[in-house]
Design a protein around this ligand. Structure first.
Ligand SMILES: NC(=O)c1ccc[n+]([C@@H]2O[C@H](COP(=O)([O-])OP(=O)(O)OC[C@H]3O[C@@H](n4cnc5c(N)ncnc54)[C@H](O)[C@@H]3O)[C@@H](O)[C@H]2O)c1
Length: 258
């Protein structure tokens, strides 16, 4: 990449959930585009190793997104070090799968706390720290757009992320802070190693995707880069689907040839 192509030169970004998956791919892409990146996660070993591989301009910090004090500590440190927050990507999250009747209250609360409260605290931190304007990208999901059986707790958190995204866009516009969401379909990461996904028929699921494949973390990161940077300077309060066509509508069933 030439310096001319570096879209985030002289910009400071904080990416949560940056130890792996979509967050790690986003941090790496931002870094390649010249940003100073604070990679934040609760998996300190993995997060440190991702940051170490990137080298200069990459800093790992422990930040539990559900902990307001962690947000204050890291954003204050960024300001102190001359790295004021300009881009925030709220990628930390987890998924779990169970019917409403089989979802414990503790599990519902865990999903809401991590995926929704974590995003809320990130928005509050951005609203306070982005004194010169900025851009926030939240990770919602296809499951935050299309209700999906057995993804009640996860879906509720991700529908909520879209609501918070739009409200924040309205409230932060006068601060010159844009707020958008991406809604990935099935992306090939470790997130489905979580509770409830072991019995899924992945082949059948992939056949239901119009593009007939799962997405890659980098394909989401590229969309996040667009929303984070100047190329989307008049875009706020929107959701960008990154789902291989899954939310576009239904395909016509083929008649059996027999
Ligand atoms: N992978 C998909 O198919 C998919 C689809 C739609 C939306 N998403 C969303 O994208 C985001 C990233 O998902 P992924 O697939 O990269 O998942 P992942 O499981 O690979 O990565 C999630 C990261 O979040 C971190 N994390 C967990 N709890 C945390 C906390 N309290 N504070 C800080 N970090 C924490 C984990 O340590 C991990 O590094 C999530 O919000 C997820 O809901 C993923």
């Amino acid at each position: 990449m030439t310096s001319h192509d570096a879209r985030l030169r002289d910009t400071c970004a904080l990416v949560t959930g940056a130890a792996r998956g979509i967050g790690a791919a986003t941090a790496e892409l931002f870094h390649a585009h010249g940003a100073t990146v604070y990679l934040c996660d609760v998996d300190d070993d993995l997060g440190n190793s991702v940051a170490a591989k990137l080298g200069a301009r990459a800093h790992y910090r422990h930040l539990d997104v559900t902990d307001a004090a962690d947000w204050s500590r890291v954003t204050a440190e960024m300001a102190d070090r001359g790295h004021p927050l300009r881009i925030l990507v709220n990628s930390a999250g987890a998924a779990s799968k169970a019917s409403i009747m089989d979802t414990s209250l503790a599990e519902l609360r865990r999903m809401i706390d991590l995926n929704l409260v974590g995003t809320f605290l990130g928005l509050q931190a951005a609203g306070a720290a982005m004194t010169a304007g900025g851009s926030v990208v939240n990770l919602s999901s296809l499951r935050g757009v299309l209700a999906t059986a057995e993804l009640g707790a996860y879906g509720a958190s991700k529908f909520g992320v879209r609501a918070l995204t739009r409200v924040a866009a309205l409230e932060f516009a006068e601060k010159n802070i844009r707020v958008n969401a991406v809604c990935p379909g099935s992306i090939d990461t470790a997130i489905t190693a979580g509770a409830g996904f072991a019995d899924d028929d992945m082949d059948a699921y992939v056949k239901s995707i119009p593009m007939q494949r799962r997405g890659l973390p980098l394909e989401v990161a590229k969309a996040i880069l667009f929303l984070a940077g100047e190329e989307s300077s008049y875009v706020t309060g929107t959701d960008l689907m990154i789902d291989g066509g899954s939310s576009a509508g239904a395909r016509t069933p083929k008649l059996s040839s027999s």
